[in-house]
Design a protein around this ligand. Structure first.
Ligand code: NAD
Length: 284
């Protein structure tokens, strides 16, 4: 079987064109939309991601402040920065970069991000709104998976989707979004026994575990659609996903590439959220 590549580049470009126009409109009547990127680590992969977000923001006419708190920042210091940015009328959007310093979980600090500025939907309030099917910012990676599938005209209603990964910022919100699309959802995780039997029963498999080569040809059914969310650094320094593409290609109907699949759509949606937050703030 020819496996279709679920590229995210075309979709990301279309979202970005719209975002750029909206940012330009905002900047004619006042300041450009402003994103605060709060960083409390010295992780090279995070630095690479922060840099790519800064460049994306710049290309789209969004001002980006990077706030470096240091890898030994305390939870109090992180919360204080998030509280200050939440109260600052010049800041439209806030994103807290992970990983956080050892011993500090996202849940320990994320409630300090105002829901109106929480463009990656990580705060308990944003996640609760999503679980209740109410309006709020949705975690961009989870939204990117759904948007990528829709862009490639893959139906979701009534289909069985297996999500591998149950984190608060990817797997769990993705399960909620898929339920809202009327999919039948199974969430697998590190304690799932017999992962291949769970995933091979699904029409669509989303790998979001952060484990290189976790999903192989034996994990998927014939003609399944496979979305690879993983962004892992291989020993040779390359960014690779969670899917062993060689064994999946030829068996799957479609597979999203890494890089070039979920990643560019995630960044595009984050920037769209920044502009939406700024538009909402100007209206308020
Ligand atoms: P996480 O470490 O918080 O969660 C990983 C999840 O995978 C956990 O729920 C765990 O139970 C599950 N898991 C781990 N090993 C497993 C196994 N052997 N079998 C089944 N499940 C297993 O990670 P995260 O923040 O949810 O991110 C997941 C992946 O997505 C990472 O590779 C991350 O880099 C990537 N990511 C990509 C984007 C993007 O835009 N493409 C954005 C965010 C995260």
């Amino acid at each position: 079987m020819d496996t279709v590549s679920l590229s995210g580049k075309e979709l990301a470009a279309a979202i970005n064109a719209d975002t750029k126009a909206r940012a330009a409109t905002l900047a004619t009547g006042g300041p450009a939309p402003r994103l605060a990127l709060v960083v409390a680590n010295d992780d090279p992969a995070s630095a690479w991601y922060v840099n790519s977000l800064r460049k994306a923001a710049e290309r789209l006419g969004i001002t980006c402040d990077t706030v470096e708190l240091g890898a030994d920042a305390s939870a109090e210091a992180i919360r204080a920065e998030l509280d200050a940015r939440s109260a600052d009328s010049a800041t439209d959007a806030i994103m807290l970069q992970t990983p956080l310093p050892a011993g500090i979980g996202l849940d320990d600090v994320s409630s300090s991000i105002a829901a109106t500025k929480d463009v990656d939907g990580v705060s308990p309030l944003s996640l609760g709104l999503l679980a209740s099917n109410l309006d709020g910012f949705v975690p961009a990676t989870s939204e990117a998976v759904v948007e990528l599938l829709k862009h490639h005209e893959i139906p979701l209603a009534g289909r069985h989707v297996a999500v591998v990964g149950r984190s608060n910022i990817v797997g769990k919100p993705l399960a909620q979004l898929l339920l809202a699309e009327n999919a039948t959802v199974t969430v697998a995780h590190s304690r799932t026994t017999d992962l291949p039997s769970v995933t091979s029963a699904a029409d669509i498999v989303v790998a979001a575990a952060g484990r290189i080569d976790l999903v192989t040809g034996k994990h998927i059914g014939e003609a399944a659609v496979v979305v690879d969310v993983g962004t892992n650094e291989a020993p040779d320094g390359k960014i690779v996903g969670d899917v062993e593409a060689d064994s999946v290609r030829g068996k799957a109907a479609a597979l999203s590439p890494v890089p070039g699949g979920v990643g560019p759509v995630t960044t595009a949606l984050l920037m769209r959220h920044v502009v939406t937050a700024a538009e909402n703030a100007r209206r308020a």
